[in-house]
Write a protein of this length. Structure first.
Lengths: 142, 764
């Protein structure tokens, strides 16, 4: 069984691997963090949050200062989907943001007796159901 | 050599003597760590044990809850309708009912949920120290006032009125109303001073004390409070409003008690608390076991730019959850950003009850079973001696950590109690103000624009623009025009969205608007801003979406724009971008700064300009529907450059017609470029990760996942970086920035004198 853990990652309980939800690329052992299975790029934050006032004349411009802030972009090596983004000081070690107890996850789903992908949803509310159904019909959400 | 037994065993009699001695010689009753470190519900009282053992009728409990909710909402509406504080008018307040021990059993449906994690502290204090104190006591008709966060509060600008419900001489419950009052006599007007450098700069320091005695408001104490703040009318008016609202709630509750009896009422309050506790444990057990981590970095002391970390690691195992804040940067003993742990916890509760489990009754027990590990002495768990004027800097990040991590923890669960959502904006980007009004009154408070925080994106729709503050879903951004009748400044630009200011993603975070103000017709007026995030984004995106940008304070000094408008009404066409880039007022001095502006004297017509932030984006921006991108461009929400650079969308800028083929090609190229430039993680870390922060970056906190804390301390030889466990760090203080600037300028003068051979004889 595959359990959706983030928008772009599932844990395959049979193989105990992280897997890309978009292209099924293998992203490494589910016993650790998924980041070792990604491609990473150190982005100058000014390219994303572009200056609104003139950087030639002002110190503060609506753009983060690259000597304070870097944006790490994590890509799936299979389909190049940007699966995560992390704002860090330059040189700071990336954060291990999720480490799941795989045995406990398996036991949890066995006890539920449900298929994790089949019952997956984004939460309550008429708007959530309506928008999600419309976007699924478009093939825009999984 | 004499051996000293450091832990001598005392007999019971000796211990009693020691306790008696300590009681008699206590200098004063400061915050009690036993009370202040605990956010858990109290044990059942004997009375509660008895009434629960006798059996509780669940339908009756539900009926009582509904009646209480009605009473609390009525009290809330009274405060909102009658309150003098701007905060009250916008709904920044709460009313609540508490068990005898002080646990919140029910909070008003509107208002600030965070208070359900905080007001048990002052009630526990009253019960422990004042109830049996002969000079104080707790009697029918008494009311206690309190504001100091060191005794349990979100921050010192909130003032509470706490009154006991007494039956047969016994306290059976408490009712309280709390309002964000604003002005509190701090070193700057408005009650949230970014400039405080000692705890004594933070304004009123009210430990819980009795100001209403058997129904009478004590004039002597009221006078003392009015004398201690800039706005004595506000202090009086809102005290009366809170007293009236609490009495109205008590009237309703008294009628309810008469109807159902004391035992049933007490049982209902306690059962509500216990039910929520049990339900929270059950909901935790639905989450996947594991560890989840979210680090945040703040870029400012509100006087200078630094980078300070707030760390959070949540561990879930079965029905147990632990939140570990170790690794967070140290407190800075002469800056206003520090928060007491209770304040940070209150905002964690805000996330839990507003964004995790909004269907639960708002009880102290919603967080009671969650273990929180924190070392005192960090900026998110500050000690008694730390200034806390802008404690929201740490506590709002307590909210963000819980909001971000819940989306990770709950993503797989088949039954969700709320939607997956990216981070809400978490800064109060607004103007605080103070001075003498056009009516001659001395005032100090703030604009409601802090309530225009944009929401985070959801996995199925964009975040809402400028929708509500993270701490109060129902708060209003108010009518600025109404306020202009009371204060001597105008918002020349209000509620205009700033182009490209959004968290980019498959679904975009909500956008924020800009605010441009200028004073006129006042003998004395000033503005302040109190937030961070001008160099390092203050919120981050989710699952491939980006966070918000950064937000400067822009000013044009040395001009009177009103004169320009009077001479040439056509010149009234303003935006931050236009003013700062085109500089339409030739005599003005144009400048930018971080968003920590201490009280700055505003001459007539000088411009102060800021922008609200943006909510976090969700998902890969290259997955956004191209039609949505073009629509954003057509509405002027994004520029053509951003449409292409971030979203890979091509359209005709004249007709806003999507070029589907070129968009497909641009997106394919963007994906190929990612594979080209992205490096395998291990190789990337090899190049990117450094053993310590960059040399010139004043960094505070753990560098990675370690128990060693890095800090820059200032010695007689200048700044020095140290790395040590928190309890071994020297006191961290930052030198006066004006002295630092003067020293740099003097050095430059010396250089120039040497360069030009000028001999100057300076007397020491």
């Amino acid at each position: 069984m595959r359990v959706p853990m983030t928008e772009y990652l599932v844990i395959d309980l049979d193989t105990e691997r992280w897997v890309c939800r978009v292209c099924a690329h293998d992203m490494g052992s589910a016993h650790g963090n998924y980041k070792p299975g990604t491609l990473v790029y150190d982005r100058d934050p000014r390219e994303i949050h572009q200056p609104i006032i003139d950087p030639e004349r002002y110190e503060y411009t609506f753009s983060p200062d690259p000597s304070f802030c870097r944006i790490l972009e994590y890509y799936c090596p299979g389909c190049a989907t940007q699966i995560e983004v992390e704002y860090l000081p330059p040189g700071h070690p990336p954060t291990e943001d999720i480490v799941v107890d795989v045995a406990a996850l398996r036991a949890q789903w066995q006890a539920r007796g449900l298929d994790a992908e089949e019952v997956f949803n984004y939460g309550p509310g008429e708007d959530a159901q309506k928008h999600t159904a419309a976007l699924k019909a478009l093939g825009h959400v999984r | 050599m004499t051996t000293i037994d450091e832990h001598p065993t005392l007999t019971a009699q000796e211990q009693e003597w020691v306790d008696e001695f300590m009681d008699e010689t206590t200098l004063f009753l400061g915050p009690d760590p036993e009370i202040m470190r605990s956010h858990s519900i109290a044990e059942r009282t004997e009375h509660e044990e008895e009434v629960i053992a006798a059996g509780v009728d669940r339908i009756q409990v539900e009926r009582i809850r509904k009646r209480i909710a009605g009473a609390l909402d009525e009290g809330y509406e009274m405060c909102e309708a009658q309150g003098a504080a701007p905060g009250a008018k916008w709904g920044d307040l709460t009313t609540a009912i508490y068990t005898a021990a002080g646990d919140v059993s029910y909070l008003s449906c509107h208002g600030v949920i965070a208070f359900s994690a905080i007001l048990h502290h002052p009630i526990r204090y009253i019960m422990k120290y004042w109830k049996d104190e002969p000079t104080v006591g707790v009697h029918e008709g008494d009311g206690f006032i309190h504001n100091d966060a060191r005794y349990g509060n979100v921050h010192n600008t909130d003032q509470s009125m706490i009154m006991p419900i007494i039956r047969d001489g016994k306290i059976i419950a408490w009712v309280a109303a709390t309002i964000h009052e604003g002005e509190n006599g701090a070193c700057e007007p408005g009650g949230m001073p970014s400039g405080s450098e000692t705890p004594f700069d933070d304004g009123l320091r009210m430990s819980p004390f009795k100001i209403v005695e058997r129904g009478e408001l004590r004039r002597d104490l009221l006078t003392f409070l009015q004398h201690s703040v800039r706005d004595p009318k506000l202090q009086l008016a809102d005290l009366k409003v809170k007293i009236t609202a609490v009495r109205k709630i008590m009237e309703r509750v008294d009628a309810l008690i008469d109807e159902v009896g004391v035992d049933t009422f007490v049982g209902a309050l306690r059962v509500t608390v216990e039910d929520v506790d049990a339900e929270v444990r059950r909901r935790i057990s639905e989450l996947p076991d594991g560890t989840y981590r979210f680090d945040q970095f703040m870029d400012s002391t509100l006087k200078e730019n630094i980078l300070i970390k707030i760390a959070c690691k949540i561990t879930v195992k079965g029905d147990h959850m632990t939140v570990d804040l170790r690794g967070t940067g140290p407190e800075i003993l002469n800056r206003a950003i520090n928060a007491p742990l209770c304040s940070v916890k209150s905002m964690m509760m805000q996330a839990i009850l507003a964004f995790w489990w909004p269907d639960l009754p708002r009880c102290t027990s919603a967080m009671s079973c969650i273990e929180i590990i924190s070392d005192e002495g960090t900026w998110a768990d500050a000690s008694y001696d730390a200034p806390m004027g802008q404690s929201l800097q740490a506590s709002f990040r307590g909210f963000s950590m819980m909001q971000a991590l819940y989306s990770r923890m709950s993503f797989s669960t088949p039954h969700k109690y709320s939607n997956v959502v990216a981070n809400w904006f978490n800064q109060i980007n607004t103007f605080l103000w103070g001075g003498v009004t056009q009516h001659g009154d001395m005032v100090g408070n703030l604009c409601a624009d802090l309530n225009g925080m944009p929401g985070g994106a959801k996995p199925f729709r964009d975040g809402e623009d400028a929708v509500s503050p993270l701490f109060c879903a129902m708060a209003d951004t108010a009518e600025q025009e109404v306020m202009e009748e009371e204060v001597p400044f105008m918002q020349l630009v209000a509620k205009r969205l700033v182009k490209d200011n959004m968290g980019f993603g498959k679904f975009t975070g909500g956008m924020g608007y800009e605010m441009i103000v200028a004073a006129e017709g006042t003998p004395h007026w000033g503005f302040m801003t109190v937030t961070s995030g001008a160099k390092f984004s203050s919120i981050y995106g989710m699952y491939g979406g980006y966070g918000c940008g950064t937000y400067p304070l822009s000013m044009v000094k040395g001009t009177n724009v009103y004169d320009h408008f009077r001479n040439d009404p056509g010149s009234f066409d303003l935006s931050i971008e236009k003013i700062m880039n085109e500089r339409p007022f030739p005599e003005g001095t144009y400048m930018t700064s971080h968003m920590g502006l201490q009280y700055d004297l505003a001459r007539d017509g000088e411009l102060y300009m800021i922008s609200q932030g943006a909510g976090g984006g969700y998902g890969d921006p290259l997955e956004r529907l191209p039609e949505s991108v073009v629509k954003d461009a057509e509405l002027g929400r994004i520029s053509q450059k951003v449409a292409f650079d971030l979203f890979g969308v091509v359209y005709d800028p004249e007709t806003f017609r999507l070029d589907a083929k070129a968009t497909d090609a641009a997106r394919a190229a963007a994906r190929a470029a990612r594979l080209e430039r992205g490096k395998p993680f291990a190789e990337f870390c090899e190049e990117f990760v450094t053993p310590e922060p960059p040399k010139d970056l004043p960094y505070y906190g753990a560098w990675g996942d370690t128990d060693q804390i890095t800090a820059t301390v200032h010695t007689t030889d200048g700044p020095e970086r140290v790395t040590a466990p928190l309890d071994e760090l020297p006191i961290v203080m930052i030198p006066d920035r004006r002295e630092v600037k003067i020293a740099a300028l003097e050095e430059r003068v010396r250089e120039l004198e040497i360069k030009h051979g000028e001999q100057v004889n300076r007397l020491a």
